[in-house]
Design a protein around this ligand. Structure first.
Ligand code: HEC
Ligand code: HEC
Length: 506
């Protein structure tokens, strides 16, 4: 690495918010020499005249350099071992495969349902990228696949509240319909219902005479298959997220994340951890995955996806009936399930689950495009000046103790603090999930976001896919991000274009 000029180092140190100087004290994985290196390399950028050392390789040695086409999110990490690649390939097959309902002649792939949202992981995580919501065209606003509607009811009684703490659940499911609306079911069983989305335009005037039109969604559930839902049902829409770099996000040292939560930036921003239940560990741990950081590990989220989205049991979620509920959906339990005594007690046995997890933790992040371009660098400076980095933390060096050697001690640039933030009324879903309130969302990583349309031309942004462009996504920011958003509104059109060019280079 080329030595940084002293002035740049000093400027970087001065630019650092209080409490964020170098790796957190809790990082027992680092030697004193490591600590020094990590401090200098993770200091926020201070010089915007050139790219920073290693900036191109935004996911460290795992970063891939491949042809930019629709498969760009589907490659294994560059440094994955031969054995790791074999496991990745098997996992890839399972991620793409269409499961079928039981009984069937292909016994190893049956057990789908009885209620489900999709037949494969890939149906929602399109080409390992984010999912598609039905078009914003009024004629096609029905029955999304990759957009789930989570269902819950607020705690009303003391018993409800006890249930939330004692059973370690994220929220109280709708009593008849469960944790989410499944808009598909196996033959002979009613589906739960259909979703309808309508959009209302919201105009935002920008400095320089431009106007942006945001689309505010409203959700409705029709054709209910099992009678009425509770009047106080709460609906939280969730779009399937991109699958890249997840093993690295799992390898960020917990102390580095918590140090940001504790830091007083003096800018009205205060990240909050979501403490969620880890089934394997049998205790609450730091949540990292999903739009509200409601899942602790890639493995647990993947198993939850099999269970809730596809109705398939696995060691962490052993119930074969997925999100069916008693007594409201008793007929669901009359349906056959797909567990085969000779293959183990689960529809997705531990061995297969391990392959899916290996796949989901090793999808590579592509390298940056043009980090040295003058417009990109100007946009990067604006990203810092608007204090986007108050939440979208640029870089980390991952833990030396990460489970997988490929993920250890990597300099990564995910642009997330992995913490929850109040994002204002505009984005609020009103639903509490573990410690995340109805106004809080986890800062999503931004790496790879510039390749969104390369992977899925119909993909959109934010937790419910309401933002059709990166600028719209930023303009929806409110709450703790209101000041950052207002700075973007106040930029000249050229500055805004530079900021977007920077995002597109990630
Ligand atoms: C019906 C659509 C759908 C299917 C099928 C689906 N997912 Fe997802 N996936 C989602 C949604 C929606 C989210 C975000 C959920 C949330 O925020 O609560 C998500 C989130 C994830 C995440 C967390 C990503 C992150 O950045 O935090 C992982 C990992 C994941 N899914 C893996 C899988 C695997 C493995 C499968 C197949 C077993 C699968 N998914 C099937 C819709 C789906
Ligand atoms: C207070 C914390 C905070 C600040 C400050 C902030 N963001 Fe965000 N950002 C978030 C959160 C949380 C989300 C997800 C919100 C949602 O999906 O409802 C998000 C989402 C995004 C997305 C869409 C990501 C995706 O995967 O769909 C982009 C792009 C983005 N932010 C860019 C920016 C830019 C540019 C700035 C500075 C002008 C900024 N953010 C400032 C917290 C923040």
């Amino acid at each position: 690495m080329k030595a940084l000029p002293l002035a740049a180092v000093l400027a970087a140190l001065l630019a650092q918010p209080a409490g964020a100087a170098g790796p957190a004290p809790g990082r027992t994985d680092l030697s004193p020499e490591d600590r020094e290196r990590v401090t200098s390399i993770t200091a926020p950028a201070a010089d915007f005249s050139a790219a920073e050392p290693f900036e191109m390789m935004q996911a460290g040695a795992t970063t891939i350099k491949k042809l930019l086409n629709a498969d760009i999110f589907s490659h294994p990490s560059a440094n994955l071992s031969f054995e790791g690649r074999q496991r990745f390939l098997v996992g890839n097959g399972l991620f793409r495969k269409d499961w079928v309902s039981s009984p069937s002649s292909t016994q190893a792939s049956d057990g789908l349902g009885p209620l489900f949202n999709a037949r494969s992981c890939q149906a929602c995580h399109v080409k390992d990228g984010r999912g598609t919501v039905p078009g914003f065209d009024p004629l096609e606003q029905f029955d999304a696949v990759a957009l789930l509607l989570r269902l819950s009811v607020p705690p009303v009684t003391e018993a409800d509240r006890q249930k939330l703490t004692q059973e370690e659940i994220a929220f109280l499911p709708e009593p008849t319909y469960g944790v989410q609306l499944q808009n598909f079911s196996v033959a002979g069983l009613p589906t739960e219902g259909r979703m309808e989305i309508s959009y209302e335009p919201v105009l935002v005037k920008l400095n320089g005479g431009e106007t942006a039109t945001l689309m505010k969604p409203t959700y409705r559930i029709t054709d209910l298959g099992y009678g009425p839902m509770r009047d106080d049902v709460q609906i939280s829409p969730r779009l399937a997220q991109p699958m890249i770099g997840l093993g690295l996000l799992e390898s960020i040292h917990e102390s580095d994340i918590l140090a940001n939560a504790a830091a007083d930036h003096g800018d009205g921003i205060s990240g909050k951890p979501n403490w969620v239940y880890d089934i394997r560990a049998g205790k609450k741990v730091l949540g990292r995955f999903n739009w509200k950081a409601s899942q602790p590990t890639v493995e647990q989220q993947s198993a939850a996806a099999f269970h809730n989205d596809m109705g398939l049991s696995s060691p962490l979620f052993p119930d074969h009936y997925g999100d069916c509920r008693k007594p409201g959906q008793a007929s669901c339990y009359d349906m056959p399930h797909g567990a085969q005594p000779h293959l183990g007690e689960h529809e997705v046995p531990a061995r297969l689950m391990d392959f899916v997890t290996a796949y989901s933790t090793n999808l590579a992040v592509p390298q940056r495009r043009d980090p040295d371009d003058a417009r990109v660098l100007a946009g990067k400076k604006l990203f810092y000046q608007a204090n986007c980095i108050g939440c979208h933390t640029p870089k980390y060096v991952t833990s030396r103790n990460a489970t997988q050697p490929e993920h250890q001690f990597q300099l990564i640039w995910p642009y997330t603090d992995m913490l929850l933030h109040d994002m204002g009324d505009g984005l609020a879903d009103g639903v509490q999930e573990h410690d995340a309130t109805g106004r809080e969302w986890r800062t999503p990583p931004l790496w790879g976001i510039g390749l969104t349309a390369t992977v899925n031309p119909n993909a959109t942004y934010l937790h419910d896919g309401r933002a059709r462009t990166l600028l719209e996504a930023v303009l929806w920011h409110g709450g703790e991000a209101q000041a950052a958003r207002d700075r973007v509104v106040a930029m000249t059109p050229e500055e805004r274009a530079d900021l977007i060019r920077f995002l597109e280079s990630l």
